[in-house]
Design a protein around this ligand. Structure first.
Ligand code: PXP
Length: 242
C-alpha cells in the first residue's frame, strides 16, 4: 500500500508572506525521498495555495504528480498541458476551507466520461473523489474512472466509538463494492496518525492521500520524519493483516 502526500499547505505558508519559501517543489522531493509514492497538489480555481508553476515544475521534475482538480473546463485544459501522472477529480466550492463532500457522479456521468477519455488519451490515470455511497460509486464506474478515492472525512470527523464504527462499516462496504465492479480504490481526507490504522486494515486500498496531518507534524519533526512515521503506521497495519 502506498502513501501520497498532499503538500498544498507548504504553499499556504509560503503565500502567507508572499515569499518564495518554503518551496512546494523542495517539499515534493523530500516526501518522495522519504518513501511517498506520489505528490498530491490541488490546483484550486482561486489558486489559494498551489499555483500553476508549482504543479508544472513538480510534474516535469518528479513525474509523480497526482493533480487534484475540479471538472472546470479551464482547469482541465491546464491539466492536459501539464500532463500529471494522475488526476483526482473533486468537487470545489470557493468558500470551503477544504474539499467538502464527494463528487456528484450520478448527475455528471457524461461529462466525467469525456474528461476520462481526454486524460486517458495522454496516459494519465483518473480518479474520482467519492463518498462511501454505493450509487455514487456505480456512477463513477459508469463514467469510466480507473480509481475512486473514498472520502474518509465523515469517519475522521466522528469522535464517538459507535459513530466511528458506523462510518468504518460504510467505508468497508463501499470498498468491497467498488472492487467488485472493477474499480481500483484509494482513500483520503482527514486521515491522521491516530485514525489511519483502521482504514488501512480494510482490504483493497492501493493508496492513502494524506496532507494536513503530515504537514502539521512536520513543523515539529521535519517533513522527512513526518512522512516516515505515517509510512510506519501503514506498514504496521499491513503486517497485522496477514
Ligand atoms: N484527498 C482529497 C481528494 C482531498 O481533497 C484532500 C484535501 O485536499 C486530501 C485527500 C487530503 O486531506 P487532508 O489534508 O485532510 O489529509
Amino acid at each position: 500500500m502506498e502513501l501520497g502526500v498532499n503538500i498544498d499547505h507548504v504553499a499556504t505558508l509560503r503565500n502567507a508572506r508572499g515569499e518564495i519559501f518554503p518551496s512546494p517543489v523542495h517539499a515534493a522531493f523530500v516526501v518522495l525521498e522519504a518513501g511517498a509514492s506520489n505528490v498530491t497538489c490541488h490546483l484550486r480555481e482561486d489558486r489559494r495555495h498551489i499555483k500553476d508553476e508549482d504543479v508544472r515544475i513538480i510534474s516535469d521534475l518528479t513525474k509523480k504528480l497526482n493533480l487534484e482538480m475540479s471538472a472546470d473546463e479551464g482547469i482541465v485544459k491546464i491539466a492536459m498541458d501539464i500532463m500529471p501522472r494522475s488526476v483526482t477529480i473533486v468537487p470545489e466550492r470557493r468558500k470551503e476551507l477544504t474539499t467538502e463532500g464527494g463528487l456528484d457522479a450520478i448527475s455528471n456521468v457524461g461529462r466525467f466520461r469525456d474528461i476520462n477519455s481526454e486524460f486517458k488519451s495522454i496516459g494519465c490515470t483518473t480518479s474520482a473523489f467519492i463518498e462511501p455511497d454505493l450509487k455514487q460509486i456505480e456512477a463513477a464506474a459508469e463514467a469510466e474512472f480507473d480509481f475512486i478515492e473514498i472520502h474518509t472525512g465523515s469517519y475522521a470527523g466522528k469522535t464517538g466509538i459507535k459513530d466511528k464504527a458506523i462510518e468504518l462499516k460504510r467505508i468497508k462496504e463501499a470498498a468491497r463494492h467498488a472492487v467488485k465492479i472493477g474499480l481500483k480504490i484509494n482513500a483520503g481526507h482527514g486521515l491522521n496518525y491516530k485514525n489511519v490504522y483502521d482504514i488501512v486494515m480494510i482490504d483493497g486500498f492501493y493508496e492513502f492521500n494524506i496532507g494536513f496531518s503530515i504537514i502539521s507534524r512536520s513543523i515539529f519533526t521535519g517533513l522527512e520524519s513526518a512522512v516516515k512515521e505515517m509510512l510506519g503506521i501503514i506498514k504496521a497495519a499491513e503486517l497485522a493483516k496477514v
